[in-house]
Design a protein around this ligand. Structure first.
Ligand SMILES: Cc1cc2nc3c(=O)[nH]c(=O)nc-3n(C[C@H](O)[C@H](O)[C@H](O)COP(=O)(O)OP(=O)(O)OC[C@H]3O[C@@H](n4cnc5c(N)ncnc54)[C@H](O)[C@@H]3O)c2cc1C
Length: 381
C-alpha cells in the first residue's frame, strides 16, 4: 500500500490549483452573489481536458481515471464549490452515462462535444415527487413509430438552463416498477423541451440548477440509451461513480475552509495572543485536520478501487457520507473560529459554510448513503 500519489497526479493537482487561483478565485463572490454561471471558465476547463477527465482519448476525453478526476474536483472545490459541482455533474453524470451506457453512434454524436466542453451536459433523474425515491418518477415516454414522445418535468437538474444536452430518465412501461424506466438523450433544440424555473439557492449559487419541462418532446428512437427498461439500473450505476466526485467536492471545500481558518487563527489576536495559541482553538483545528485526512483517504480509496475495476459502490457511499458530513462540521468550526468575521462575506468561510450543505443532499442524501452501505452489509454478512 502506497500513500503517495503518482507524480503525474501531483502535477495535475498543481496545474488545476494554479488555474483555480488565477481564473476562479478573483471572481468567486461576484459569481456567487450574481448567480453567474462561469461559462467562460468552463470553456477553458474544457480546453484543458477537465470536462472529459474520465473519457478515453478515442472519444475526445483526457483518458484519465477516477483518482485524477477526484483530485481535479478537489482542487477546483478548494476555491469554489460551484465550479467543482459543475465539473462533477458534467463529467460523471451526463457525459459518463452516455459514454458508459451508450453505443458508438451516441458517443460520436454527443460524448465528443461534451468531453471537449463545447456544450454543457445535464442529467435529470429527480422529480418533484421523486428524489430519494427516484424509482417513483412520473415522466413518461411512449413509443410512436421511430421515436418516443416524452412528457413530464424534472427538477434540480444541474445545468438545466445552460446545458445543451441532457440524459433524462422516463417511464416507458407502467406497472413494471424500476424495470419500466429508460434513459434518453435529449437536446435543447427538440420541440417541447425547455428549462423551467432556475433555482435561487442557499449555496452553490454559481452552479445552474433548474427545472426541465417536457411537453410532447419527440425523441428519436436512436436516442434511447441501452435497452428499454434498464434506465434505472444505469442511473444507479452512474450515481455510484458520481458519488466519488461529490465526496471529492466536499473534501476540496473542507480543505479550503480549513486552510483559510489556519491562516486566520495565526493573525487574529485575543487576550494578547494569536487565537491559534488558545488550546480550544487548537483542538478544533486538530479535529478538522484529522477528519479531512480521513476523508481524503476514503475518497482516494474509492477512486482507486474503481480505477482497478474492483467493486467500489460501497466505498463510494462511505467516502461520500464521511466527506460530506466532515465538510459540514469543518465549515461550521471554520465560521466559529472566525467569530463575527466568519459571518461576513469578506471571508471565504462564509461561502464554504453555505456551499458544503449540498454535499449531504445531492446524488443521494446522507440517509440514502447509509441505506446503500447497510444494503452492502446485509449482503456481506
Ligand atoms: C443543488 C442541487 C443540484 C442537484 N443536481 C441534480 C442533478 O443534476 N440531477 C438530478 O437528478 N438531481 C439533482 N439534485 C437532486 C438531489 O439529488 C435530490 O435533492 C436528493 O436526491 C434528495 O431528494 P429530495 O430533495 O426529493 O428529498 P426527499 O427524497 O424528499 O428527502 C427528504 C428527506 O427525507 C429523507 N429520507 C427520504 N427517504 C428516506 C428513507 N427511506 N429513510 C430515511 N430518510 C429518508 C432524506 O434523506 C431527506 O433528509 C440536485 C439537488 C440540488 C439541491
Amino acid at each position: 500500500m502506497d500513500f503517495t500519489l503518482p507524480e503525474h497526479v501531483e502535477a495535475l493537482r498543481e496545474e488545476v490549483r494554479r488555474f483555480a487561483h488565477r481564473e476562479i478565485r478573483p471572481h468567486v463572490m461576484t459569481w456567487d452573489e450574481g448567480k453567474v454561471f462561469p461559462m467562460e471558465v468552463m470553456r477553458k476547463l474544457g480546453a484543458m481536458g477537465m470536462l472529459g477527465v474520465i473519457i478515453p482519448e478515442a472519444w475526445g476525453g483526457s483518458g484519465m481515471g477516477y483518482l485524477e478526476y477526484a483530485v481535479v474536483v478537489e482542487e477546483l472545490s478548494r476555491v469554489d464549490g460551484s465550479v467543482g459541482l459543475s465539473v462533477a455533474a458534467h463529467n460523471s453524470l451526463c457525459t459518463n452515462h452516455i459514454y458508459a451506457q451508450g453505443n458508438d453512434g451516441q458517443r460520436e454524436r454527443y460524448v465528443r462535444r461534451l468531453a471537449a466542453g463545447e456544450v454543457m451536459g445535464a442529467w435529470a433523474l429527480t422529480e418533484p415527487e421523486a428524489g430519494s425515491d427516484a424509482g417513483a418518477l412520473r415522466t413518461v415516454a411512449r413509443r410512436q413509430g421511430d421515436h418516443w414522445v416524452l412528457n413530464g418535468s424534472k427538477n434540480f437538474a444541474t445545468h438545466g438552463t445552460v446545458g445543451e444536452i441532457a440524459v433524462v430518465m422516463a417511464r416507458t412501461r407502467e406497472g413494471a416498477g424500476t424495470d419500466g424506466i429508460s434513459a434518453f438523450i435529449l437536446e435543447k433544440g427538440m420541440k417541447g423541451f425547455r428549462a423551467g424555473k432556475q433555482e435561487n439557492k442557499l449555496g452553490m449559487r454559481a452552479s445552474d440548477t433548474s427545472e426541465l419541462i417536457l411537453e410532447d418532446v419527440e425523441v428519436p428512437a436512436a436516442n434511447l440509451l441501452g435497452e428499454e427498461g434498464v434506465g434505472f439500473r444505469q442511473a444507479m450505476k452512474t450515481l455510484d461513480g458520481g458519488r466519488i466526485s461529490i465526496a471529492a467536492l466536499a473534501l476540496g471545500m473542507a480543505q479550503g475552509a480549513f486552510e483559510a481558518t489556519v491562516k486566520y487563527a495565526s493573525f487574529r489576536r485575543t487576550f494578547g495572543t494569536p487565537i491559534f495559541e488558545h488550546q480550544a482553538v487548537q483542538f478544533k483545528l486538530a479535529d478538522m485536520a484529522v477528519q479531512i485526512e480521513a476523508a481524503r483517504l476514503l475518497v482516494y480509496k474509492a477512486a482507486c478501487l474503481k480505477d482497478k475495476g474492483l467493486p467500489y459502490a460501497k466505498a463510494a457511499s462511505i467516502a461520500k457520507l464521511h466527506a460530506s458530513e466532515t465538510a459540514c462540521r469543518v465549515a461550521d468550526d471554520a465560521v466559529q473560529i472566525h467569530g463575527g468575521y466568519g459571518f461576513i462575506k469578506d471571508y471565504p468561510v462564509e461561502k464554504f459554510y453555505r456551499d458544503v450543505k449540498l454535499c449531504t443532499i445531492g446524488e443521494g442524501t446522507s440517509e440514502v448513503q447509509r441505506m446503500v452501505i447497510a444494503r452492502h452489509l446485509h449482503r456481506e454478512f
